[in-house]
Ligand binder design. Structure first.
Ligand SMILES: [Zn+2]
Length: 498
């Protein structure tokens, strides 16, 4: 007998007793609550007490080796029975799926035949209801199998069930696709005009080039209208059934399809006519109004940049560090993207600090199709909350939080139009998924997105300085919402790609 066994004995004894006590307890509670049962309840309680007493007395004596062996054998038998039961259940499930599939196939066949024949004949054709119910499993035959054979059969049943599930899902998807194709008439989305072929009146005002907003509306098939405040023109709106852009004559903030969009300049009113800056038109408004990008770009490889890290904690609120949450969200995003078949390159996977130059160099080296940098916002004031999405500042524009006109071209400026749409879709997706305040699609001189070699955005997913928002950002549930928002943004951006 192994030396350690005496130590185990009290536990085994307790186990035996627990089983017997629980069996007794069950017997007691299983009695239906009739009057008779209520009357016999004291008797049952007495029985339970007696059993407990016997149990405590028995506990004082250690079980013999025979008792232990018997208990072990009993447990082994229970385990084998359980395995057999499980195998039987798996088999039953597999059979059920198969029968359902057969029934569905029979139903589909019947339907096809019914369509070919007269309607009256159709009723005679077999349907799912004519399939006999599944036969009961024979537990005896299962019990007689060796554990190895049971395991093998169970594995086979699981594999079979999986294969069937997959086939059923594929068939369902194919059917749904067919149905959708049949239901919706094949309308091709309206063709986008090439900006170069559009007739647009242009003027220069204060060294900035502008295009006539009414002409823009005409070229996109949109209706133009002024917006008014206190009987004075406050801005303009251009719209149709699916698109709506609102511009302000005072502020740079506007909205496109309900999402806040920061333009580079306010709308200009000159000689009582409305204008939009040419750079806003080309790098912001046009990409949001058109159906498809004029430039063919992919989105297979995505670089995910978790902001800060290592020696750089980023924003802080008490012990909460931005670098921790950016990495958690980035890793969740990575997992989801990889599940969807994207190739993901992380700028960091641990608590390290690649410099901004190193992050930009990674982008240049791996040439991803998209660059997504994840950050959390912060303010000296505890009130601000909500989400912002940043893209690089187009040449000739100003930062959302600044007024200096950018003159030097950066690598990301090759992709201004795509970044505009990407930022818009990200902002839209994130706000919808989280319910957070919409602080808009913006543009700012941020090193990593300005020096990206592809469309690039920086997401400020919320304010760490706001205690309520910090609490959300720190929770896995909210982080998952953020990831869902990013995925929705990617889907939106994907619909824009040619
Ligand atoms: Zn940051």
């Amino acid at each position: 007998m192994p030396k350690s066994l005496p130590l185990l004995q009290p536990f085994l004894a307790a186990g035996i007793l627990l089983v017997s006590v629980s069996v007794m307890a069950q017997t007691v509670t299983d009695v239906p609550l009739s009057d008779a049962a209520v009357r016999t309840k004291p008797a049952a309680q007495a029985a339970a007490q007696t059993a407990a007493k016997a149990a405590s007395e028995a506990a004082k004596r250690l079980p013999t080796a025979e008792e232990i062996a018997a208990e072990r054998a009993r447990l082994e038998r229970m385990r084998a029975a359980l395995a057999a039961e499980r195998a039987a259940l798996e088999q039953y499930k597999a059979d059920l799926v198969k029968r359902q599939q057969e029934a569905a196939a029979a139903a589909a066949k019947a339907k096809a035949e019914a369509e070919a024949k007269a309607a009256a004949d159709a009723k005679a054709v077999g349907s799912a209801a004519s399939i006999p119910p599944p036969a009961k499993d024979d537990p005896v035959s299962v019990k007689n199998l060796s554990p190895e054979e049971l395991q093998r059969q169970r594995q086979l049943a699981i594999e079979r069930a999986k294969a069937i599930e997959k086939a059923v899902a594929a068939q369902k998807a194919a059917d749904a696709k067919k149905k959708a194709a049949a239901a919706t008439p094949q309308t091709t989305s309206p063709k986008d005009k090439d900006v170069a072929t559009m007739k647009l009146r242009r003027i220069t005002h204060d060294k900035v080039r502008y295009v006539h907003l009414r002409d823009v509306a005409v070229n996109y098939g949109l209706t133009f209208a002024y917006t008014k405040k206190n009987n004075k023109i406050s801005g303009a709106v251009i719209y149709d059934k699916t698109r709506k852009a609102i511009l302000s004559a005072t502020y740079r903030e506007g909205t496109v399809n309900g999402v806040q969009v920061h333009f580079l300049y306010p709308m200009l009113l000159k000689n009582s006519e409305p204008y939009i800056s040419e750079v806003d038109f080309l790098t912001c408004l046009d990409p949001l109004l058109r159906n498809k990008t004029p430039v063919k770009l992919g989105m297979k490889t995505i670089m995910v940049d978790a902001g800060h890290g290592g020696s750089d904690p980023g924003a802080m609120n008490g012990q909460h560090k931005e670098k921790v949450y950016t990495l958690q969200i980035a890793k969740r995003l990575q997992a989801q993207l990889e599940k969807l078949g994207f190739r993901v390159i992380m700028t960091r996977t641990g608590d390290t600090y690649p410099t901004l130059q190193e992050r930009a160099a990674l982008c240049k080296k791996y040439k991803p199709d998209l660059y997504i940098s994840i950050h959390c916002n912060s303010s000296t004031n505890k009130t601000p909350a909500g989400i912002e999405t940043y893209r690089a500042v187009p040449v000739g524009g100003t930062e959302t939080k600044g007024s200096k006109v950018k003159t030097e071209k950066q690598s990301a400026n090759e992709f201004d139009a795509n970044s505009s749409r990407l930022a818009f879709e990200m902002q839209k997706g994130l706000v919808a998924a989280t319910g957070a305040a919409d602080r808009g699609a913006r543009h700012q001189a941020i090193y990593v997105i300005g020096n990206a070699t592809c469309p690039a955005v920086l997401l400020e997913v919320g304010y760490l300085s706001n205690d309520a928002e910090l609490k959300k950002i720190a929770s896995p549930e909210y982080q998952n919402k953020i990831v869902s928002g990013i995925l929705a943004g990617l889907a939106g951006y994907g619909s824009f790609l040619r």
